[in-house]
Design a protein around this ligand. Structure first.
Ligand SMILES: [Ca+2]
Length: 187
């Protein structure tokens, strides 16, 4: 009972405070809540709902981005390449410049709303060892999509999974060609 009473007095004290300062505000509130101005209130509600949806979407798309990066363990650095080469006992078949050209070929094949599957497969067929694939991932690094503004700074594995959505597609154009060359790593 005491609790209820104190809450009530606090509320009335707040709303009664300094009426002269809030004349403009009161007029605004009256305009928003009375008669024909109801439409304006409706518009403001819609704007607020839109803002909330936009924020949720931004958060969600950010989460998707992080998840994609987790899936990939992307961006193989020099140390990671050496570790893979030690573990698998393999060495590079190409020069750094050639890996860069392979990576650029993959990027060109996948960037944009469509995919040049044959071009992707052609690169995979030229990977002869785990070392080659690690060096290819390193050369690819993290790249931005030039057409999807939300697809930024993702590595080769993310790019492949974006363009080859089903296991069947990934098998045909990526995984089977790699296995055919004795490479164990699969996407
Ligand atoms: Ca694409």
């Amino acid at each position: 009972m005491g609790k209820k009473g104190s809450a009530g007095s606090a509320g009335s004290a707040g709303s009664a405070g300094s009426p002269s300062d809030t004349g403009v505000l009161n007029t605004l509130v009256n305009n928003l809540t009375n008669g024909p101005q109801g439409a304006l209130v409706f518009v403001i509600y819609i704007a607020i709902i839109g803002l909330v949806i936009w924020l949720l979407w931004k958060i969600f798309s950010g989460s998707v981005e992080k998840l994609k990066n987790e899936i990939t363990t992307v961006t193989v650095g020099n140390e990671a390449v050496r570790a893979i080469e030690r573990r698998t006992g393999t060495t590079a078949s190409y020069t750094d410049q050639e890996y860069k050209e392979f990576a650029d070929q993959l990027y060109t094949a996948m960037n944009g709303p469509t995919t040049d599957e044959d071009s992707v497969k052609a690169v995979m067929e030229q990977m002869k060892s785990e070392s080659d694939l690690a060096r290819l991932e390193k050369a690819f690094g993290k790249r931005d999509s030039s057409w999807n503004p939300f697809d930024k700074q993702t590595g080769l594995s993310s790019w492949l999974h974006d363009d080859f959505r089903t296991a069947k597609e990934m098998e045909e154009w990526v995984n089977a060609p790699l296995r055919a060359n004795g490479i164990k790593k699969q996407y």
